[in-house]
Design a protein. Structure first.
Length: 319
């Protein structure tokens, strides 16, 4: 970008990660940056963007609505729009991840990558297969945002009618033809995971590995844990994102874990083969399922309630 365009400032739309990268670069070059983000973006991501001096505008129920507003703003104000994934330079930048992986693990056989818009997996797949064409690349989508998986299987763009998932970083509704073409050429398969499976992976990584991983970063783990991918006798690497989890969602997870542990310790109350568990004064349910299944159902309920009821003051004010 030349100095004249840079002085006008840059605009982007992002669910969080692209926003922080662009905000950092803009601060480095003394360039004004305005980032449009969905209203339900985790506070950790919003704070990260603001910490680099960028302006944040919370708008829309999902990335695609924020994207539409951002492109219009860039056009109206003669600012450069930096696309979060359908941009050659951004895709190339994502490809450096594969270069770092292969520098450290030369004999890697399988890389598993989350898919939202498709820029991350496109860059990784192109770079990885340029070095070793035999590396298997698997993409993972959330079942509540499965447009790229549907498109991959149909070999043509199919946008999702709507998106709803706890994996907000990959909650992209529309499919970009350019990225679908790259994915069709370089990606071996795409699988999907449910929010329950993603929640299970978040808890597993937190409890067993002491990693705080956001939903979008946990989908690869979820795919492995729930046997969506055959990886027997393979050297596998999964892409994770571990810095953007909303603190309130972590609080929901931790509170639910404590309540469930207490319920398990009291062993619940058996009723005709079902288990009655009192998780809180306001939530009593009878489920014909294992304790783990019950826990995941309740965790999903609590997280979705948090995401949909607008518990954060700034979002209530914008509503």
């Amino acid at each position: 970008m030349d100095d004249k365009r840079r002085k006008n400032g840059v605009v982007a739309a992002s669910a969080g990660n692209h926003a922080q990268g662009l905000a950092y670069a803009a601060q480095h070059f003394g360039c004004e940056a305005t980032i449009f983000m969905p209203e339900a973006t985790p506070l950790t991501k919003v704070s990260g963007v603001k910490s680099y001096g960028a302006n944040v505008v919370l708008v829309g129920e999902n990335f695609d609505e924020a994207y539409a507003t951002a492109t219009k703003s860039a056009l109206d104000n003669d600012k450069e729009f930096i696309h979060p994934f359908a941009d050659d330079a951004v895709i190339a930048g994502q490809g450096t991840i594969a270069l770092e992986i292969l520098e450290k693990i030369e004999d890697i056989e399988h890389i598993i990558v989350p898919i939202g818009g498709g820029g991350l997996i496109s860059g990784i797949a192109i770079a990885a297969k340029a070095i070793n064409p035999n590396i298997k690349i698997t993409g993972v989508v959330a079942s509540g945002a499965r447009g790229m998986k549907d498109s991959f299987e149909a070999r043509m763009p199919i946008d999702s009618a709507s998106v709803k998932t706890i994996a907000d970083g990959i909650a992209v509704r529309d499919v970009t033809p350019k990225l679908l073409d790259i994915i069709l050429e370089y990606v071996d398969q795409i699988v999907e995971v449910t929010d329950n499976e993603t929640a299970n992976a978040i808890l597993f990584l937190l409890e067993k590995h002491k990693l705080v991983v956001e939903g979008a970063g946990a989908v690869a783990t979820a795919a492995i844990m729930h046997h969506k991918i055959e990886i027997e006798n393979e050297k596998v690497l999964e892409e994770q994102e571990s810095i953007n989890t909303d603190e309130k969602i972590l609080e929901v997870v931790q509170t639910t874990m404590r309540a469930f542990t207490q319920a398990e310790e009291s062993k619940g109350e058996k009723i005709s083969g079902k288990v009655l568990m009192k998780i809180s004064a306001k939530f009593i349910c009878v489920y014909d399922m294992s304790g783990q299944e019950f826990f995941l159902e309740h965790l999903k309920y609590e997280i979705n309630k948090y995401l949909t009821e607008g518990l954060r003051p700034e979002y209530q004010q914008n509503a």
